[in-house]
Design a protein around this ligand. Sequence first.
Ligand SMILES: [Zn+2]
Length: 82
Amino acid sequence: MSATYPGAVLLREFPVNVVLVECRRCPRRGRYRLATLLQRFGPTATLPEVLVALSADCDRRRDWRPDGPCGASFPDLVRRRR
Ligand SMILES: [Zn+2]
């Protein structure tokens, strides 16, 4: 499973207990409890897989014009990488 995203951060390594997902291109905002996500996706799930799954119903996920695709991300992770 991790072969899809080599070196990707695992869901269980997420730094906070509440996982926020935001999209830069649509009004979508998600808020998920980490424990719930771990139950749903399993302990070996990686963050990229979870993000794709959670944003699969975004209006723009399949809009491949240059400014089209969904920009969903984990804002907490982006902040902590600085
Ligand atoms: Zn989106």
